[in-house]
Write a protein that binds this ligand. Structure first.
Ligand code: FMN
Length: 192
């Protein structure tokens, strides 16, 4: 539970649109390869009073079922994944370098057995769609959960992938879920 949440918890989206402006997926200012490869997104699921967030890497952007979509890769044991499945939606928040330590902190321990959401130096804020993101983010992408696919060792073909996945897949708990979400809204920080 995050103690930093504001009154925005009471009125969905209050304050949010003062901080963020809507943009279309086609008009995201940041190059999507930078978003997927250089800036670690924080994935957040839940509601302001009961949410969880984790640091991610990789993933991407494209079109799925004729709609703009994102995909990310989560280890099957992530508490955030559990929350994504429970709530059916989630956000990707992107932060500037000055928040690097906070972003990494959210990737350092699980919210299943810690209070990391109240320990992190970031403030949660409710989005107009009722999702949870962070005030300090420069970009927030709201997603509806569309597809979760479990991949297995035999699904990989390139040498790099086989080498990587061969090491990772010793333990079934390490299995990766490929998570696809429809982009429902994109928000960029005003004056950013
Ligand atoms: C830079 C960085 C990138 C990460 N990328 C991923 C990722 O793409 N997928 C994943 O499952 N875990 C990733 N992790 C690990 C999770 O963020 C970490 O295990 C986190 O504690 C999970 O929290 P949760 O159990 O509360 O969901 C990453 C961690 C860091 C620090």
């Amino acid at each position: 539970m995050n103690m930093n949440s504001e009154n925005s918890a009471i009125i969905p989206g209050a304050n949010f649109e003062q901080l963020f402006m809507p943009v279309t997926p086609e008009n995201i200012s940041e190059n999507v390869f930078s978003l997927a490869g250089k800036i670690f997104p924080v994935i957040t699921a839940g509601c302001v009073d009961n949410c969880n967030a984790m640091t991610a890497s990789g993933g991407g952007y494209g079109v799925l079922f004729k709609r703009p979509a994102t995909w990310c890769i989560l280890q099957s044991t992530r508490y955030t994944l559990e929350m994504m499945l429970k709530f059916g939606s989630y956000t990707l928040s992107y932060f500037g370098e000055e928040y690097r330590d906070d972003v990494l902190f959210l990737g350092s321990k699980s919210g299943r057995d810690s209070e990391k959401m109240s320990e992190v130096n970031l403030s949660v804020i409710e989005t107009p769609l009722g999702n949870v993101a962070f005030r300090e983010a420069f970009l927030v992408i709201e997603c509806k959960l569309v597809q979760v696919t479990t991949v297995h060792e035999a699904d990989f073909y390139s040498e790099e992938a086989i080498n990587y996945i061969g090491k990772v897949y010793k333990d079934p708990d390490e299995y990766r879920k490929y998570v696809f979400g429809e982009i429902r809204a994109v928000w960029e920080k005003r004056g950013g």
